[in-house]
Structure formats: C-alpha cells, structure tokens
Design a protein around this ligand. Structure first.
Ligand code: ADE
Length: 227
C-alpha cells in the first residue's frame, strides 16, 4: 500500500513513521509512506495557506490553491480511483470495519486540515471520504491520520507475525478483548487465575470468551445489545 500524507506539519509524523508498526511494514516492503508539505504548493510569495472566511466569523480557512496543487500533484494519473480521506470532526466515526476495508487498497491519500476547516470546494472536488476519530475537536488532522494509519497498516497481511495476529483484538470480532496475564505467577500478592495455568485449552478458551462477553456488557452495552 502507498500512503500519501498532505500536511502543514510533516515533522509531526517522524517519530511515528520511524518506529513501530509502520516502520516494520515499510521494511518488509508492504507499505510505502510519502509526506507532502502543503505549504510547498503555495503560489504566493508569502507562502500563505490560510485566509479569512467569506461571510465573516472566527478562525481561518485553508485556501484552496495550495491544496488543489498538492492533490493534483500527488494523485497524478490515479484519477477518481484513489481514495482521498479528509480528517474532520464532521466525518464518519472511524471503526474496525472501515480500517478493514482500507487495508485492501493499493493507495490512499490522507489530507490533514488545520485552522477551522479547508475550503469546501476542495472537499467537493477531491475528497472521497471524511473521517472523524471521535466526538472531540483536535487542532489538526495529523493525529487522526496517525491513528488511522496505525489501525489500517497492522491489518495488512504479513505486517504482524502469527503470534500477534490482529484477529483476537478488541473490535475485530463482536466483543471487546479479554483479560491478559504474564509472568510472574504471583505479583504483589495477586495470583494469575487458576484456569490459565491449568493446561486445559478448552477451559481457557471458554474462560477468555466469558471475560470478553462480561467486559463488553459492562463497558460497551451498545456493542453487546446493539444500538
Ligand atoms: N480534526 C479535528 N478534530 C478531529 C477529529 N476528532 N477527528 C478527525 N479529524 C479531526
């Protein structure tokens, strides 16, 4: 998968891209990430990327020209086939289904806004999907882009080893994940549940499922009982 990121703050991605899952995927040749600074596509001499909103009101809006130039350059001959995802609290909420769908794509373009929003005409012309990562307002699309990249990339075949298969994660199935313990057996006077050291795999499986159902009922009744 090739991921193009359009942002005013490419440096924000360096720690994220150079460590962890994306770096591993890139080393295996499964993912290629390219950062594009929107300011480089500005055509005026002050490299201005934002301006006052028509009709008045607080905040600045990202100007269409730099975004247009950047998107044209990045999409190139990909045409309508390339998904262009814009991060905004107005978007649909990111979930595991959405990430599972995007993991199949050959390319995605991620557009990170700042200030109030971006000029609506860019959304109308280029954007194929609008994603929110939660009902709160962040100061830009960079963190949402990293959240989405992480959740998509770890699902791509071959990125995680078998031992860490993403299939048992919370939200991959119907329920939240289960409880986990590792060594030492006794920690601060608290022992690991007997069943986990019983060697009875059937019982362990049942116990884990029971814990996961209990947790889901308690914490996310919307998932368990449906909305
Ligand atoms: N930009 C600002 N807030 C956001 C959010 N919650 N999700 C996605 N993009 C955003």
């Amino acid at each position: 998968m090739r991921i193009d990121i359009l942002t005013l703050f490419p440096e924000m991605f360096s720690g994220f891209l150079e460590n962890g899952i994306v770096n591993r995927a890139a080393k295996k040749g499964l993912v290629e990430v390219a950062l594009h600074n929107i300011r480089d596509y500005s055509t005026d001499k002050h490299q201005q990327v934002d301006d006052y909103p028509f009709g008045g009101g607080a905040g600045l809006v990202m100007k269409p020209e730099p975004l247009y130039n950047a998107l044209k350059d990045v999409i190139k001959d990909g045409g309508d086939k390339v998904p262009v995802i814009y991060f905004t609290p107005q978007g649909r909420l990111l979930n595991q289904d959405i990430s599972n769908r995007y993991k199949e794509k050959e390319r995605i373009v991620l557009l990170c806004g700042h200030y109030k929003e971006i000029d609506q005409r860019i959304r109308d012309m280029f954007v194929t999907d609008e994603i929110s990562i939660g009902d709160y307002v962040l100061s830009g699309g960079e963190l949402p882009a990293m959240v989405m990249i992480d959740s998509v990339v770890r699902l791509i075949d071959g990125v995680l080893g078998d031992m860490e298969s993403a299939l048992t994660d919370s939200h991959q199935g119907k329920y939240l994940g289960t409880k986990h313990y590792t060594r030492p057996y006794m920690f601060e006077g608290m022992a690991v549940p007997d069943v986990l050291v019983s060697g009875n795999h059937k019982e362990i499986e049942l116990w884990r499922e029971k814990q996961s159902i209990k947790l889901t009922k308690e914490r996310r009744p919307d998932l368990y009982y449906g909305k």
